[in-house]
Design a protein around this ligand. Structure first.
Ligand code: 9D3
Length: 253
């Protein structure tokens, strides 16, 4: 899969892409990510990318022509027309479902918004605007990196363990179960007590362990994110565990 990123902070984007799972996938050529400096598509001596808003008001607006030139150049790089995304607070909220849909595209262009926004005419070249959530950031670079990270994980070969991608709790609509590693007991400095790993995980009884994890995942989801249960794909065992948990919850209150 190919990503083209258009930004006024290419070093920030490039730097972040070098690390971790995505960085390794780029090294292996499983992913191709090309970062473009919007200033390279200006034609004036001072490489100006922004201007004051028509009608007045605070802040600056990204000028349309450098963006149009960048998109023309990027679209000419390959035969197929890429899907053009604009990061914007007005966009579709990014969810795993949106991530899955984007991962079916062979080519994505990510236009990173900045300042108060981009000239509205740029939207004539944009297929979809994406927001990563309801909080105010300074620009679209971190959102572009979030989109690339989430989408890239679904590209075959990017994550080493395909099973962990397939089973990923969010993929199935539930929160994760608790994880433990060695040692089996640690001292709790705060209380003088002992923090122990649940016995079932040390039992070697894999059927019991699987059931415990399902129950924990369901209990946490019911407690912290009950909204997720409406869209979750549950098997028969999970449906039964959930009924039991809800019945218990009823007694507790
Ligand atoms: C302070 C300016 N705001 C006035 C109402 C509007 C505004 C413009 C530009 C708010 C934030 C930004 C910069 N943010 C993004 O470009 C952005 C973003 C975000 O802030 N939150 C979540 N997702 C995204 S995607 C792009």
């Amino acid at each position: 899969m190919r990503f083209d990123v258009v930004t006024i902070f290419p070093a920030m984007v490039q730097q972040a892409l070098g690390a971790g799972i995505v960085g390794r996938a780029i090294e292996r050529r499983t992913l191709n990510v090309v970062v473009h400096d919007l200033r390279d598509f200006t034609t004036d001596r001072h490489r100006v990318v922004d201007d004051v808003p028509y009608g007045g008001g605070p802040g600056m607006v990204l000028k349309p022509e450098p963006i149009f030139r960048a998109l023309d150049a990027i679209e000419a790089l390959e035969e197929s027309r890429p899907t053009v995304l604009l990061t914007s607070p007005q966009g579709t909220r990014l969810t795993q479902q949106v991530v899955e849909r984007l991962s079916r595209q062979p080519r994505l262009v990510l236009l990173c918004g900045r300042y108060e926004g981009v000239d509205e005419r740029v939207r004539s070249r944009v297929d979809e605007e994406i927001s990563i959530g309801d909080y105010v950031l300074s620009g679209g670079e971190l959102p572009a990196l979030v989109i690339i990270d989430a989408v890239a994980r679904l590209v075959p070969g990017v994550v080493g363990d395909e099973q962990s991608v397939a089973e990923d709790s969010f993929g199935r609509g539930l929160l994760d179960y608790p994880h433990y590693t060695r040692p089996a007991e640690i001292a709790d400095g705060a209380t003088g007590g002992v923090l122990a790993v649940p016995d079932v995980l040390l039992s070697g009884n894999h059927a019991e362990i699987r059931r415990w994890r399902k129950r924990q995942a369901l209990a946490r989801t019911l407690e912290r994110r009950p909204d997720l249960l409406a869209g979750a794909e549950l098997d028969d065992e999970e449906e039964k565990l959930l009924r039991d948990l809800k019945a218990q919850q009823g007694h507790e209150t």
